[in-house]
Ligand binder design. Structure first.
Ligand SMILES: [Zn+2]
Length: 266
């Protein structure tokens, strides 16, 4: 009899990939003012409804080679990545926080956050915008997480206050300075809110690590995109998705990374 935790983790991965697929639908339809429940999924190019057996997260993309079965229009690699990240996100959240009753509220908050982050990342890639409603939902979750960690886990409130102050203050300053020097907005106000709220949930030091992860992955991937596609260097970069990635990694693995850091590096 295999360890039930492994079985539930596999189930969590599948569940996460399914939710990520739905997050993609939400992110595609909401900016266009379309309903998220009707009609069923269809190919954006030829409008053919997608059959259930062609709508299996991750697998269908791989089997069809990222193309519509009917018209062979390309389905972006982003939707595949979104489903993989959703699976990994749910799997990791359960693996790290599916152990005790005290952790259960954190686990639920993490699952909601993974779903919300996927919607935000997809909308940001698509429209270079972060919707206020998604920031408000994130704020509610972040406030709950900070309060739970303070009152149930006995963590210091100053870490979370400091995280929010660091996020709003540092990114606000970067935005202000870059606007003065470059005469244009290098950071959207959505990014400032995102990092400020993220700091509230994560605490100050994990937020710094999240920004580091975001900057590293963002510069590597954006440089690769410029090299590969001769993309216009002046075109605006959506930094939000990388911030979401960094904060998501720290939300789930932050404690493990910090433990490793204190034990091994110091
Ligand atoms: Zn098609």
């Amino acid at each position: 009899m295999p360890d039930p935790k492994i079985l539930i983790s596999i189930f969590a991965f599948v569940f996460g990939a399914v939710f990520a697929s739905f997050a993609g639908v939400v992110a595609y339809r909401v900016p266009k003012g379309q309903s998220i429940v009707k009609p069923d999924s269809f190919c954006p190019a030829c409008r053919t409804p997608i059959k259930a057996y062609d709508n299996i997260p991750i697998l269908s993309w791989l089997i069809l080679g990222g193309k519509c079965r009917n018209c062979h229009a390309k389905i972006g690699v982003f939707s595949l990545l979104c489903e993989i990240f959703g699976g990994l996100g749910f799997f990791s959240a359960y693996w790290m926080y599916g152990n005790t009753v005290e952790e259960l509220p954190i686990l639920i908050a993490l699952l909601l956050t993974v779903f919300l982050f996927l919607v935000m990342a997809a909308i940001d890639f698509e429209t270079h915008d972060i919707y206020n409603i998604t920031l408000i939902l994130f704020g509610v979750i972040a406030l709950f997480v900070a309060l739970w960690r303070i009152f149930a886990f006995g963590e210091s409130p100053w870490s979370f206050v400091g995280g929010a102050a660091l996020g709003f203050g540092f990114f606000g300053l970067v935005a202000l300075v870059s606007k003065m020097l470059l005469k244009r907005d290098a950071l959207g106000s959505g990014d400032i809110w995102l990092v400020g709220i993220g700091g509230l949930a994560l605490g100050a030091f994990p937020l710094l690590l999240a920004i580091l992860i975001a900057t590293l992955t963002g510069s590597v991937i954006e440089l690769a995109k410029i090299k590969l596609s001769k993309q216009d260097k002046e075109s605006e970069i959506a930094f939000g998705p990388y911030l979401l990635l960094g904060m998501g990694v720290m939300a789930i693995y932050g404690n493990a990374i910090l433990d490793f850091y204190w034990k091994v590096v110091l």
